[in-house]
Design a protein around this ligand. Structure first.
Ligand code: IPD
Ligand code: CA
Ligand code: CA
Ligand code: CA
Length: 285
């Protein structure tokens, strides 16, 4: 059955589909990158290219695996409740039909894409039995391909990567989200205020998927965000874990990465507990 698929064929398809989308991104003209509509609010953007990338990724996956299920950001109504509901219904369907479920973000970092800030990336993950087994995040500007296969490690452009913990929180570089929702923005502001005096610095670079890749290869010690969707974290979460880091729920010490977790903290295996403590002291939860 499809559950006995070799991880390598899933990985190859994940990478190939991320490349197809990445090429669409880098060949887009300035007018292609204009905002077509705003979704939840004026901070939540959509260009012509997002759905094109989503279609291209889907087409690439279905050409190889016609019966697999695919959940993509641009095929779901905007907003956290629709995204959580879509995930549960796709996971349920995947369980019932025993078909793998792909979770894709055609462009993670659309705001960066619109403003020509060169930090955005397609993110492609495949789940079998509800668990992410393969993930790829492709940065088409830096030409960096992050990928991971469950139990087989994490790689950047073919080289194995691992997290790089610092001695203490004071030496750690933390990244966080600046999410479009009101509640998550106010949580982020509180968290920023509490954390900044206690760490080396904080970065907010606008692509959760890429930041997870950067935690995995040791450029960042930690990434946290208050409200993300499955397509933001599915691939990057596996990449962090396979690089020896931890991908956990922000509030609870979940032992293992779960794609339905919306408040997440990824770390180098060391500073995450301290970061979580500071966020708690800052009144986030
Ligand atoms: C967004 C990015 C951003 C994060 C937002 C996400 P999108 O994804 O990952 O870094 O702060 O919460 O929604 O909409 O650009 O795919
Ligand atoms: Ca979006
Ligand atoms: Ca995203
Ligand atoms: Ca997106």
């Amino acid at each position: 059955t499809s559950l006995n698929l070799a991880p390598s064929s899933l990985l190859e398809t994940a990478i190939r589909s991320a490349y197809v989308a990445g090429n669409l991104m880098t060949s887009a003209t300035a007018s292609d990158k204009g905002v077509e509509v705003t979704k939840l609010n004026k901070k939540d953007l959509l260009t012509k290219i997002d759905p094109l990338c989503e279609e291209a990724i889907k087409k690439t996956i279905l050409a190889r695996f016609p019966d697999h299920l695919i959940l993509g950001e641009e095929s779901v109504e905007p907003g956290p409740s629709a995204s959580s509901m879509a995930l549960s219904s796709f996971l349920e369907k995947s369980r019932a039909t025993k078909k793998p479920l792909w979770i894709i973000d055609p462009i993670d970092g659309t705001t960066n894409f619109v403003h020509d800030l060169r930090y955005s990336a397609p993110s492609v993950a495949c789940c079998v039995n509800g668990e992410v087994v393969v993930g790829c995040v492709f940065d088409p500007y830096a030409n960096e391909t992050f990928w991971a296969v469950k139990n087989e490690g994490a790689f950047l452009n073919g080289e194995r990567i691992s997290v790089k913990p610092e001695a203490c929180l004071e030496d750690s570089v933390i990244a966080m989200g600046a999410p479009p929702g009101k509640l998550s923005a106010s949580k982020s502001i509180k968290g920023f205020e509490g954390l900044l005096p206690k760490v080396r610095t904080i970065r907010m670079l606008g692509s959760a998927a890429l930041m997870l890749g950067w935690v995995a290869c040791g450029r960042l010690n930690c990434y946290w965000e208050w409200d993300l969707s499955s397509w933001d974290v599915a691939a990057g979460g596996l990449i962090v874990e396979e690089a020896g880091g931890r991908m956990r729920g922000l509030e609870e010490d979940t032992l293992k990465f779960d794609v339905s977790e919306r408040k997440i903290i990824a770390d180098d295996g060391k500073c995450g507990n301290d970061v979580r403590e500071v966020l708690k002291e800052s009144g986030l939860f």
